[in-house]
Design a binder for this molecule. Structure first.
Ligand SMILES: Cc1cc2nc3c(=O)[nH]c(=O)nc-3n(C[C@H](O)[C@H](O)[C@H](O)COP(=O)(O)OP(=O)(O)OC[C@H]3O[C@@H](n4cnc5c(N)ncnc54)[C@H](O)[C@@H]3O)c2cc1C
Length: 320
């Protein structure tokens, strides 16, 4: 077992964690980033990214994250290939975390950037056509389906919002829901039902995503009442059945909302524990974009630097 000590321990290596690292390293905090099972985060599982500022042309998600990591390392971040399995935050700074490797990490501040994974249906073809017709984010990928026939799968607020968003790009949007009523807020439902570009298919589940080497071309649907099977032609399918924030680790130590997202002081990345900050999708169920994750990562590093300044000043005052 090795103990790694740092001013700034960052858990997670997506846009939030790496942006915090870039700012933290440039402020002299010598950050350690523990990367977790998905180095680079969720953008590494997508292809075209067209909305991250700074690039005129479409860039590839994995490439963007490699560049972000290289930038973080270039300014002095240490990357650790490990997965944090337990943390001790309640006893205050310095905070301790243990990795799957058995290594111990000690940080004067902790930045949590563990993200929120999109939930998938887990049926045949979904992974095969991911990025080739299947997506979990209309805001991210809707633009690529301009003028095409698309579907959204789900029945909650996210699904209805995604369907409404997609009408910016398509006049042929179908919402597929396994029940005969939606769970989303009434006001959203009213907007949905009033929109002639959106059709709803009730009582249908997706058995399989179908396609060929060009990508997705249909969904195999099963009627939940009659059991009847039908193939439904589509060029784009957006799975909108929710997200799972990676916060299990912090249960009992940090406050979470009813969906498991970390609660922060509004407008800041500060948790209720001084010196513990949360940024990116793990504390944001509204926007969930790479650029917003990067923005809150920057905020976490700036607040961490201020926190350490105050801590150091207090220590010096005691010693004087
Ligand atoms: C298919 C898809 C396409 C997308 N396309 C776009 C797009 O085009 N544009 C856009 O702006 N956004 C897009 N998004 C959304 C974007 O990817 C997220 O908003 C963004 O990645 C969130 O960044 P994050 O750093 O908060 O978390 P994530 O990127 O989710 O990263 C979380 C990190 O935490 C790590 N981690 C988790 N648990 C632990 C642990 N216990 N110990 C250590 N590390 C841990 C993981 O390994 C990972 O590195 C897309 C998302 C998906 C799923």
């Amino acid at each position: 077992m090795t103990t790694h000590t740092t001013r700034m321990l960052i858990i997670g290596s997506g846009p939030a964690g790496l942006s915090a690292a870039i700012y933290g390293a440039r402020a002299g905090m010598k950050p350690i980033v523990v990367q977790g099972l998905q180095p680079g985060g969720q953008l590494t599982i997508t292809t075209d990214v067209e909305n991250y500022p700074g690039f005129r042309d479409v860039v590839q998600g994995p490439w963007l994250m490699q560049e972000m990591q290289a930038q973080a390392e270039h300014v002095g971040t240490r990357m650790m290939w490990d997965m944090i399995s337990s943390v001790d935050l309640v006893n205050g700074s310095p905070f301790k975390a243990i990795g799957d490797s058995g290594d111990e990490y000690i940080g004067d501040v902790v930045v949590i950037a563990t993200g929120a994974q999109a939930k998938w249906l887990g049926v045949a073809g979904e992974q095969t056509f991911s990025g080739k017709g299947v997506s979990a984010c209309a805001t991210c990928d809707g633009f690529f389906y301009r003028g095409k026939k698309v579907v959204v799968i789900g029945g909650g607020n996210t699904a209805v919002e995604e369907a409404l968003y997609l009408t910016n790009h398509s006049d042929d949007v179908t919402l597929i829901h396994r029940r005969e009523e939606l769970r989303s807020e009434k006001i959203l439902q009213e907007r949905l039902f009033a929109d002639p570009r959106i059709n709803v298919l009730w009582n249908k589940t997706v058995d399989e995503f179908l396609g060929d080497e060009k990508g997705l071309n249909a969904l195999r649907l099963r009627d939940t009442i009659s059991g009847e099977i039908q193939d439904f032609a589509t060029e784009g399918a957006f799975v909108a059945i929710g997200h799972a924030p990676a916060t299990e680790l912090f249960k009992g130590q940090l406050e979470m909302d009813e969906s498991g997202y970390l609660v922060v002081e509004p407008g800041t990345p500060k948790t209720a524990i001084p010196g513990v900050f949360a940024c990116g999708d793990v504390m944001d169920h509204t926007y969930r974009q790479a650029v917003t994750a990067a923005g809150t990562g920057c905020m976490a590093a700036l607040d961490a630097e201020r926190f350490l300044g105050t801590l150091d000043f207090a220590k010096d005052a005691v010693q004087a």
